[in-house]
Design a protein around this ligand. Structure first.
Ligand SMILES: *[C@@H]1O[C@H](CO)[C@@H](O)[C@H](O)[C@H]1NC(C)=O
Ligand SMILES: *[C@@H]1O[C@H](CO)[C@@H](O)[C@H](O)[C@H]1NC(C)=O
Ligand SMILES: *[C@@H]1O[C@H](CO)[C@@H](O)[C@H](O)[C@H]1NC(C)=O
Ligand SMILES: *[C@@H]1O[C@H](CO)[C@@H](O)[C@H](O)[C@H]1NC(C)=O
Length: 942
């Protein structure tokens, strides 16, 4: 078996290593589908899950998976969570746990499987839990426990098997020898023979067998030497076989609960004798019959100091009921029906310290308590006491007095006169309307006074004047309207004051007087009526003297829409660290508002009507660690940009109206670890790309419940999940750009060298084409032609041009020609001259010879001209062939070939016979004004 466990465990580690990408990386970030991780690395997953969640970060030590619908634990469920200390699977539907599930959980200390459907615990189910100290299995359907199922739980100290269907505990402690607490309440155990559990001494300290129908309790060996707590509530019935053959076997038990005992006095005597030397605390609730006899038997146990007899329906405590209980220090009669206590009842309780008679029907403080001179705590809460007689009692030792939840109406001034040592007085939940000076003279040692939920409407000047030691005063839930009278005069040691839920009106005309509370640490003014119309400064800031105040609660003011707070409202609170002004209908705060509270660490501003936060509002409170600003109608978080909250760790901005979160805002919160934006919806387009990727990938800040953020825009994505939106197309990936541009450069270079090598002329052509195009666009509007024709020729043909062409065309026919040697402007770039000449002439005559074709100049000229041909869709080019050039020789000059196929040309070499016809045709060609392309004037076809 252990081998199998180790097998799974190493399998798990292998699994982890092989799946680094799918496990470690996603789980290292904070986007969890079904869980959230709290500050102390507890993962809380309550999402009606049917299977164990897969995305819990590896560093999590504590998982709360209670209240889901998981039905089975698989051996792979926990392999990637090797750091767990505590796993809570309460209230699921688990009926099966695969062996090896816990194989890797060598650190797990607490496992909670309460309220599931586990049947029998098979061998090996908890294999691997070598460090487990607590195992909770309450409320399953367990009928048998194989001792081997606890095999590796050698450190187990606490085992709760309550509310199952166990009949026997056979050998249950075999593998868990260090168990200290065993809870088996509400099972079906009828026999409890000690030899079934163990034959040697155990380390059990606490054993709970509550509500089992015990027939036999048999202790034949000293297996419980350490047992101090034994709970047999509801176990002891008439006829039970109580076999403890040596009273020393239970001699360590000091706390015993035999509530619900149904037994004869003889039987009880037998049971209680067993504990005669050690018992200190005895609980006898729900006994009903024979209670007095039981009390008598119990009180004979010399060590007994505490007796609890709750829920016994006692109506009257008679004088002889407790006469044997001389050693009792604590007596609890809570939850009975006591109306009357005879005056001598407590007379013999010479050591009584604590007397609890709460939840009874007393109508006054019983006189019987006067005789208990040792009483330090008296609890008379939840009775029907309406009048408090003057307590003229030597109550010197009384420290704690509970009179809460009675019907007290008004106090009298000397009612607490003798309670000089009283430290703690609870008077809450009565109907007290007036204090009548009860606290003006007495109780100089009182520390705590609860007056909450009474009907006080007014506090006098110096109302608590005598309470020099008072530290904690609660007047919550009364009807006090004003504190102008100086009611706190003398409370120079008060640290905590609660005035929550009164009708206090604090405004420009009604200023509360807190001036005496120099030591105050916490002031709660929640749910009152603080109401100022403007933020103009006030003359007497209410907290000006409270320099020690650490926490101020102002939330829930019933102002009206549009209320404000004066800009110096917080003046004097130099040590304030927690300020709560949530739910108060404030609609703005002055930029100087926090100027007085520079030590603020936690600020609650949620549920107000701020639509705008001044840019510099938070500038003075740079130490802020937590900010709650939910439900405030904010449209953007940009105000944080100016705040410089570099120490902020926690930000809650639920239910606002953000749609886009910008990078600089989040970057400015450099210490943020937890961001709660629940209930916002977001723009799901490229505007939120940064935010989306930040939520997914950042390792510092957990964005709570980010997986469920929804889109509110664009309309076709409304309701979709933000994190599921694909924004890859939004991001320009630099690497990709580099790759593409490098690739392009390489291809271009190859292409250029290739072209240069093989298609040089095409390139050159393209270059001139471009120049012509530029020239053309430049001169589009000035098309007055300077020349009739530009003659393009090679120097070798100059003779023919000057000897034949020039005289014929210029002299005889009267055309103006442009000749480069004659008409080109010296100093200008040659290409400009060419383009000028071509565009400045109506036509271009190319004198074509073999030399011409080979001449660079001429081919440039022909290129520009042929561009013009296409550009203007005019027949501007006249080709004159001086010699016959066969097509195959033209082939390198593909441009010429191309032209010849669609262009008019004249052949001088073939015009020998009729030179006049040649000149005539040339004149015609020069004459044509707008000769549409393709209309051929072919004389000779080569
Ligand atoms: C078991 O838990 C204790 C603390 O309770 C711890 O110190 C110890 O290192 C743990 N041992 C193992 C093997 O995990
Ligand atoms: C204790 O001893 C008895 C007989 O001596 C035996 O039947 C029983 O199984 C033993 N119990 C345990 C827990 O070993
Ligand atoms: C306990 O022992 C005392 C003597 O020490 C005896 O008087 C008393 O009756 C015994 N009580 C019970 C319940 O056996
Ligand atoms: C912001 O705060 C940090 C430290 O809290 C400080 O060093 C820095 O100068 C502040 N920047 C601005 C703009 O106030």
């Amino acid at each position: 078996m252990p081998l199998r466990g180790i097998g799974y465990c190493s399998l798990g580690i292998l699994y982890l290593l092989l799946n680094l990408n799918t496990f470690i990386f996603p789980t290292a970030s904070y986007v969890l589908k079904d869980c959230r991780v709290t500050w102390n690395t507890e993962a809380i997953c309550q999402n009606r899950l049917k299977v164990f969640p897969k995305d819990i970060p590896i560093r999590v030590t504590n998982i709360n998976l209670s209240r889901n619908r998981i039905s089975k634990l698989k051996k792979t469920d926990l392999v990637y969570l090797p750091n767990l200390l505590r796993l809570n699977l309460k209230r699921n539907l688990i009926s099966k746990i695969e062996s090896g599930t816990f194989a890797c959980q060598i650190f797990l200390e607490v496992l909670i499987l309460n309220n599931n459907r586990l049947g029998n615990l098979q061998e090996g189910v908890f294999e691997g839990l070598v460090n487990l100290t607590e195992l909770h299995l309450t409320s399953n359907k367990i009928q048998t426990v194989s001792p081997a199922s606890f095999k590796s739980l050698s450190k187990l100290k606490f085992l709760d098997l309550g509310h199952n269907k166990l009949r026997h505990l056979t050998n249950i402690l075999q593998h868990i020898p260090h168990l200290q607490t065993l809870y088996i309440p509400a099972n079906k155990i009828s026999n409890f023979p000690s030899w079934e559990l163990s034959n040697k001494s155990t380390e059990l300290v606490s054993l709970d067998l509550t509500q089992n129908q015990l027939m036999v309790f048999s202790l034949t060996a000293d297996i419980f030497p350490n047992l101090t707590l034994l709970n047999l509530d509801g176990c002891i019935k008439n006829g039970i076989v109580w076999e403890v053959n040596d009273t020393l076997h239970l001699s360590g038990v000091s706390k015993l609960d035999i509530s619900g005992v149904r037994s004869t006095s003889h039987g009880m005597q037998e049971v209680l004798e067993t504990f005669n030397s050690s018992l200190k605390y005895l609980t006898l609730n729900h006994v009903n019959n024979n209670l007095e006899i039981l009390i008598h038997i119990s009180c004979k146990i010399p060590s007994l100091t505490s007796l609890k007899v709750r829920n016994n329906g006692i109506k009257v405590i008679r004088s002889d009921m407790l006469h044997l209980c001389t050693n009792l220090k604590e007596l609890d009669f809570g939850t009975n029906k006591i109306t009357d206590i005879s005056e001598n009842s407590f007379q013999s309780l010479r050591n009584l310290n604590i007397l609890i008679i709460k939840l009874n029907h007393l109508s006054s403080v019983p006189c019987a308590v006067r005789n208990v001179l040792t009483l330090s705590k008296l609890d008379l809460s939840s009775n029907n006491i309406s009048m408090l007689a003057v307590m003229i009692l030597p109550y010197d030792p009384l420290r704690i007095l509970h009179l809460n939840n009675n019907h007290l109406l008004a106090l009298k001034d000397c009612v607490f006169r003798d309670l000089v040592n009283l430290k703690h007085l609870e008077l809450q939940n009565n109907s007290i309307t007036k204090l009548n000076g009860a606290f003006k003279k007495y109780m100089p040692n009182l520390n705590v006074l609860y007056l909450s939920n009474n009907q006080l409407a007014f506090l006098d000047h110096g109302e608590f004047e005598a309470l020099k030691s008072l530290m904690n005063l609660s007047i919550q839930g009364n009807q006090i309207k004003s504190l102008q009278s100086g009611p706190f005069y003398g409370l120079s040691n008060l640290k905590y004051l609660t005035l929550e839920s009164n009708e206090l009106r604090i405004n420009r005309n009604s200023n509360p007087d807190f001036g005496d509370l120099k030591a105050l640490k916490t002031l709660n003014l929640m749910n009152n009526q603080i109401k100022y119309i403007s933020d103009n400064p006030i003359a007497y800031p209410p907290f000006a003297e409270l320099s020690q105040l650490d926490t101020l609660h102002l939330s829930g003011q019933h102002g009206r829409l549009g209320t404000n707070l004066p800009q110096n409202f917080l003046q004097g609170l130099t040590n304030l660290s927690v300020l709560n002004i949530r739910s108060s209908e404030f609609n703005s705060l002055h930029p100087l508002f926090f100027n007085y509270t520079r030590n603020l660490k936690v600020l609650y501003l949620s549920a107000n009507y701020f639509t705008d936060i001044p840019d510099n509002l938070f500038s003075p409170i740079q130490k802020l660690k937590s900010l709650y600003i939910s439900q405030t109608h904010l449209r953007s978080l940009d105000f944080l940009l100016h705040a410089n909250l570099t120490e902020l760790e926690f930000l809650q901005v639920r239910k606002n109206a953000f749609s886009v979160i910008r990078e600089p805002v989040m970057q400015s919160l450099s210490a943020l670890v937890y961001l709660d934006m629940l209930g916002n919806s977001f723009t799901c387009n490229c505007d939120n790309t940064w935010f989306l990727q930040w939520v997914k990938n950042n390792k510092q800040t957990q964005v709570y419940d980010a997986y469920n953020f929804e889109c509110n825009y664009p309309p076709n994505l409304i309701g979709r999940k933000l994190l599921e939106i694909d924004v890859r197309s939004c991001t320009v990936d630099m690497e990709f750009i580099c790759y593409i541009s490098t690739a392009c450069t390489v291809i271009m270079t190859i292409a250029v060298s290739f072209t240069h090598h093989f298609l040089q002329w095409h390139l050159v052509y393209a270059y001139y084409l471009m120049l012509a195009f530029l020239y053309n666009s430049k001169h589009k509007n000035k098309r007055a032609h300077q020349y009739d024709a530009f003659v393009s020729y090679n120097a070798t043909d100059e003779g023919w041009v000057l000897g034949e062409l020039l005289p014929k065309l210029e002299v005889k026919q009267g055309w103006t020609l442009c000749l480069h040697h004659r008409d080109f402007q010296p100093g200008r770039p040659i290409i400009e001259n060419i383009t000028d000449a071509i565009y400045g002439s109506r036509k271009t005559i190319c004198v074509v010879s073999r030399d011409y074709l080979q001449s660079e100049w001429c081919s440039r000229e022909i290129q520009v001209a042929s561009f013009r041909l296409f550009d203007e869709q005019k027949d501007v080019l006249i080709l004159v062939f001086l010699e016959d050039i066969p097509m195959q020789q033209l082939s390198p000059y593909y441009r010429m070939r191309w032209l010849l196929k669609r262009q008019t040309y004249l052949s001088w070499s073939r015009a020998d016979a009729h030179p006049d016809l040649f000149w005539e045709k040339l004149q015609q060609a020069l004459d044509t004004q707008e000769h549409p392309m393709g209309e051929h004037l072919r004389l000779t076809v080569v």
